[in-house]
Design a protein around this ligand. Structure first.
Ligand SMILES: Nc1ncnc2c1ncn2[C@@H]1O[C@H](COP(=O)(O)OP(=O)(O)OP(=O)(O)O)[C@@H](O)[C@H]1O
Ligand SMILES: [Mg+2]
Length: 323
């Protein structure tokens, strides 16, 4: 028996967002692998979660999918608050976490049958179309142990498609692919978006995200540093004011109280302040005055053209640095 009343029991999240998190946090011991993440993934977009190794990309995805619990914050998938309505949300979510894992001694098709059996009955009928879609029809009856890395990734995507997903979450889908394989994966992702699906993918490759995605969040040490539409982030016209100074956090508090203090981050040497493209240079003098009058020693002021790349390079330049 079905009941139409059931649907009204689900609190409505923001339906224009495929993924929404607020203050999402996941701790391992004393460190936050996911640190107060507020994520807004618009429906119908390809959204890149971009960050260096160890930034917390896989952990965030695992938390979203309920593979590990969150220590704080809230989240919703496709408008359903999770974990409360996880089952209802995950019916229309397809995901690959880390590397896709399959039974090597079984064929690609047999693996998909096993996966389909765990989903709704219609999933079984989607096997052929899914194989076709990822270009594996000819190899569907080969054992997966004979598949290349690229073919395994494709089979992973075919597996996602079994549930006719509105949201695909792909953890490093370009990993291990040669340039042609990357190009295929990119085209596949774009074609899903064209069909109105949302694809959230993680990557440590800026270039891939720029080519594939409409929007991006840049993550480092579990924190989202920046997010938004790539066209906006890449407009390349904004300024970044770099300041070397004493007591950066006190300096940040001083600047935060000013009109130009909405986009301030603390660095090891001082502050980085994002400023609008048409910012007059008097503002730089004003920032200097506020700091000096506040008892901060200013060693250096430098205005740079900000870009997504410069942000990302700054993040990845710390790759391998102690956390
Ligand atoms: N099960 C775990 N137990 C303890 N620490 C963990 C665990 N899983 C992840 N971490 C730590 O959390 C941090 C984030 O790891 P995560 O795998 O999410 O990063 P990532 O961005 O996916 O990295 P990569 O690009 O290498 O895949 C790392 O410091 C990692 O060591
Ligand atoms: Mg990872």
């Amino acid at each position: 028996m079905s009941s139409a009343v059931l649907d009204t029991t689900v609190p409505a999240g923001d339906d224009s967002l495929a993924v929404e998190t607020r203050g999402l946090t996941k701790r391992f011991g004393n460190s936050n692998a996911v640190d107060g993440v507020d994520l807004r993934v618009p429906r119908g977009s390809a959204f890149g979660y971009l960050g260096p190794n160890g930034a917390g990309k896989t952990t965030l995805i695992r938390v979203l999918l309920g593979l590990t619990h969150a220590d704080g914050g809230t989240m919703s998938l496709l408008g359903f608050p999770v974990p409360r309505h996880r089952d209802r949300a995950l019916v229309r979510v397809g995901a690959i976490v880390d590397e896709p894992r399959f039974h090597g001694h079984l064929t690609g098709r047999q693996n998909l049958r096993i996966m389909a059996a765990a989903r709704e009955p219609a999933a079984m009928d989607r096997i052929d179309a899914s194989l076709e879609r990822v270009g594996l029809s000819q190899r569907a009856n080969d054992r997966v142990s004979k598949y290349s890395m690229g073919m395994r990734q494709r089979l992973g995507v075919a597996c996602c498609l079994l549930g006719d997903p509105q949201l695909l979450i792909l953890d490093e889908p370009m990993n291990g692919l040669d340039p042609a394989g990357m190009q295929d994966m990119r085209e596949m992702i774009r074609s899903f978006v064209k069909e109105g699906r949302t694809v959230m993918l993680s990557s440590h490759l800026l270039d891939e995200i720029e080519r594939t995605c409409d929007a991006v969040a840049i993550v480092d040490h579990g924190k989202v540093i920046r997010q938004g539409a790539i066209t906006e982030l890449l407009s390349g016209t904004a300024f970044e004011l770099r300041i070397e100074c004493s007591t950066p956090s006190a300096a940040r508090d001083l600047v935060a109280r000013t009109a130009f203090g909405s986009n301030v981050t603390v660095s090891d040497e001082g502050l980085n302040i994002g400023l609008a493209p048409d910012t007059k240079r008097e503002v730089i003098a004003e920032v200097n005055r506020v700091l000096v009058e506040g008892g901060i020693a200013v060693y250096r002021l430098e205005a740079n053209q900000a870009s997504l790349e410069s942000w990302f390079l700054e993040v990845t330049s710390r790759l391998g640095a102690p956390e």
